[in-house]
Design a protein around this ligand. Structure first.
Ligand code: C5P
Length: 244
């Protein structure tokens, strides 16, 4: 048998476009998932739960293992604090990090300048810098509470423009808005879509969901998947089913 079998279309898609969310309480639990799925998916996402429990040491551990890490800490603070947090994240060697677009153009731009500077002076690879437009768990009711009367899509496009005007690389948004973002922002803009669910799967706390294939067809560059894979007993089977 040849050492490397040709990839099927679905394996290629997962290896090039799927990011697994390590929303786990401990490094031990997250390590189990990485051991199981390393090489089968494009990157792993470390978010607030795992980072708060295990800190930067676990990020470094996975970076040292050669994993691509999306550090999903959604920085949102005054420009200087946002920028300094971003510099610390860049020094960890993450592949991608994000900010809340609502932090505003000045904070996002200050962060970008600071990251570019540290990466050039310390010869680091510049991570992708992404803005969160609107959480996929939020809908128009939530926007109304915030005093915004438009549709989710209008809000998301407004935020995408803020992100682009600050020179960031792209956005996190629901796959439902991916097509509109793609056509408004062009081919080079990175669109990361969480809220991915298998056909007929449990939605949980997400609201604006889509299947993996439909998200990519709608213009997503990368799709983030958490519980539909990580909460399953047979994660490899869940991955295969999700990307079929
Ligand atoms: O388990 P599930 O697939 O719903 O996980 C989605 C992941 O994407 C979570 O880690 C969540 O924090 C993250 N996320 C999101 N919506 C955004 C940004 C990030 O659901 N707009």
């Amino acid at each position: 048998m040849p050492a490397t079998l040709p990839l099927t279309g679905q394996q290629t898609l997962a290896r090039e476009r799927l990011i697994v969310a390590l929303d786990m309480p401990s490094a031990d639990k997250a390590r189990e998932i990485v051991d199981e799925l390393s090489g089968e998916v494009f990157a792993f996402k470390i978010g607030l739960q795992l980072f708060t429990a295990e800190g930067p040491a676990f990020v470094s551990e996975l970076v040292d293992r050669g994993e691509k890490i999306f550090l999903d800490l959604k920085f949102h603070d005054i420009p200087n604090t946002t920028a300094m947090a971003a510099v610390s994240a860049a020094r960890l060697g993450v592949w991608m990090m994000n900010f809340h677009a609502a932090a505003g153009r000045e904070a996002l731009e200050t962060a970008r300048f600071a990251v570019e500077e540290v990466c050039s002076s310390e010869t680091l690879e510049r991570p992708l810098l992404i803005g969160v437009t609107l959480l996929t768990s939020s809908g128009e009711k939530h926007l109304k509470e915030l005093g915004s009367d438009g549709t989710a899509e209008e809000f998301v496009l407004r935020m995408a423009n803020v992100v682009a005007s600050a020179g960031l690389d792209g956005v996190v948004a629901s796959a439902r808005e991916a097509a509109a973002i793609r056509s408004a922002m062009g081919d080079d803009f990175v669109v990361v879509t969480p809220g991915i669910r298998p056909e007929g799967g449990t939605i949980g706390d997400q609201k604006r969901v889509m299947t993996f294939r439909d998200a990519l067809d709608s213009g997503a560059t990368y799709a983030v998947v958490g519980r539909p894979i990580t909460a399953e007993k047979d994660r490899r089977a869940a991955l295969a089913a999700l990307t079929a």
